[in-house]
Design a protein around this ligand. Structure first.
Ligand SMILES: NC(=O)C1=CN([C@@H]2O[C@H](COP(=O)(O)OP(=O)(O)OC[C@H]3O[C@@H](n4cnc5c(N)ncnc54)[C@H](OP(=O)(O)O)[C@@H]3O)[C@@H](O)[C@H]2O)C=CC1
Ligand SMILES: O=C(O)C1=N[C@H](C(=O)O)C[C@H](O)C1
Length: 271
C-alpha cells in the first residue's frame, strides 16, 4: 500500500512542529507539503529541520494552492480564518482534512459541515485518546448524578492561547448538557464577577486560566452536598494531540466524504 501524503498547515506553529514530528514517527504516512502564513520569516525553511527531526526535503510555502498535487490529507491546526480558506481549497481539489483548530463561530462550523458533504473531514477540538475517553466518562457521570449536582468546567492553557473557553471545555459542556437534556447556549455561565446571586442548579459554569507554558488541563466538577466527583485530564506534551491527528489522517484516508470526530477514529462512538 502506498503511503498517505500529509500536508501540515501552520508547520511553524507549536502544533505544526509537533505534527511534522508525529508524521515522521508514524507508519503509512509521509510529509508531502508544509505551509505557513504569507510573510512569515519561516517560509523556505525545511519543515523537518524546524521540527527538530532533520531535513525532510519539504520546505514551508505560503500558498496551499501551489502544493495541492503534493498531498492527500491536510492536517490543519492554525486559526479559524486560515482553516476556512484551506477548507475551500481542499473542497475544490477533493482533498481530505483533519481539522484541530478551535474557536470557530457558528458560520465557520456550518462551512465545515457543508464541505464534508464533498470531502472527508475529521474535526475535533482535542485529538488525544485521554480526552476522548474523558468525554465518555463525563457522559456517564452526568447521567448518574443528574440534577443533584452543580457542574463546573475548569480549563488551563499556556499564555499564548487566543480563544476561551478552550474548544475541549466547550465540547465537555456540550457532552454534559446533552446527557442532561439541557441546551448549553441557555445554561452556560462564562466566569462570574460582582453580586451574582446564588448559583442556579441547571447552569454549567466555565472557568478559564491562561498562564505560563501549560499544555492543556481540563477538570469537570460534579459537586453535591457532602461529596464531589472530579473528572480531570492533563496533557503534558503536544505530541499526544499530534499523534492523534496523524492517526485521524490515516483513518480519513479511507473515507471519501462525511464529517467525523475522534470518537469515530478511536471507535468510541458506541461505547
Ligand atoms: N484539536 C486539538 O487536539 C488541538 C487543537 N489546538 C488548536 O490548534 C490551533 C493552533 O494552536 P497552536 O499550534 O498552539 O498555535 P500557533 O499560533 O503556535 O500555530 C498556528 C500556526 O498557524 C500559522 N498560520 C496562521 N495563518 C496561517 C495561514 N493562512 N497559512 C498557514 N499557516 C498559518 C501561524 O503563523 P503566525 O504565528 O505567523 O500567525 C502559526 O505558525 C489553535 O486553534 C488551538 O486551539 C491545539 C492543540 C491541540
Ligand atoms: O490551544 C491549545 O494549546 C489547545 N487547544 C485545544 C482546545 O482549545 O481545546 C486543545 C488542547 O487543550 C490544547
Amino acid at each position: 500500500m502506498t503511503d498517505i501524503r500529509i500536508a501540515v498547515a501552520g508547520a511553524g506553529g507549536r502544533m505544526g512542529r509537533a505534527l511534522v514530528q508525529a508524521v515522521t514517527e508514524a507508519d503509512g504516512v509521509v510529509l508531502g507539503a508544509a505551509t505557513e502564513r504569507a510573510g512569515s520569516s519561516l517560509l523556505g525553511t525545511d519543515a523537518g529541520e524546524l521540527a527538530g527531526v532533520g531535513a525532510l526535503g519539504v520546505t514551508l510555502v505560503a500558498e496551499l494552492a501551489t502544493v495541492l498535487d503534493d498531498f492527500d490529507v491536510l492536517i490543519d491546526f492554525t486559526a479559524p480564518a486560515a482553516t476556512l480558506a484551506h477548507l475551500e481549497l481542499c473542497r475544490g481539489a477533493g482533498k481530505r482534512m483533519v481539522i484541530g483548530t478551535t474557536g470557530f463561530d457558528e458560520a465557520g462550523r456550518a462551512a465545515i459541515a457543508a464541505a464534508a458533504e464533498s470531502i472527508g473531514i475529521v474535526f475535533a477540538p482535542n485529538m488525544s485518546v485521554g480526552v476522548n475517553l474523558t468525554f465518555k466518562l463525563l457522559d456517564i457521570a452526568a447521567r448518574v448524578l443528574g440534577d443533584e449536582v452543580d457542574i463546573e468546567i475548569i480549563e488551563a492553557h499556556h499564555r499564548h492561547k487566543v480563544d476561551a473557553p478552550s474548544g475541549t471545555a466547550l465540547r465537555m459542556g456540550e457532552v454534559v448538557a446533552e446527557a442532561l437534556g439541557r441546551d448549553l447556549d441557555e445554561v452556560a455561565v462564562y466566569g462570574r464577577e460582582g453580586h451574582t446571586g446564588a448559583r442556579e442548579r441547571r447552569t454549567i459554569g466555565f472557568e478559564t486560566i491562561r498562564a505560563g507554558d501549560v499544555v492543556g488541563e481540563h477538570s469537570v466538577w460534579f459537586a453535591a452536598e457532602g461529596e464531589r466527583v472530579e473528572i480531570a485530564h492533563k496533557a503534558s506534551s503536544r505530541m499526544t494531540f499530534a499523534s492523534g491527528a496523524v492517526r485521524a489522517a490515516g483513518w480519513i484516508g479511507a473515507r471519501a466524504r462525511g464529517q467525523f470526530d475522534m470518537q469515530d477514529v478511536l471507535g468510541l462512538r458506541d461505547y
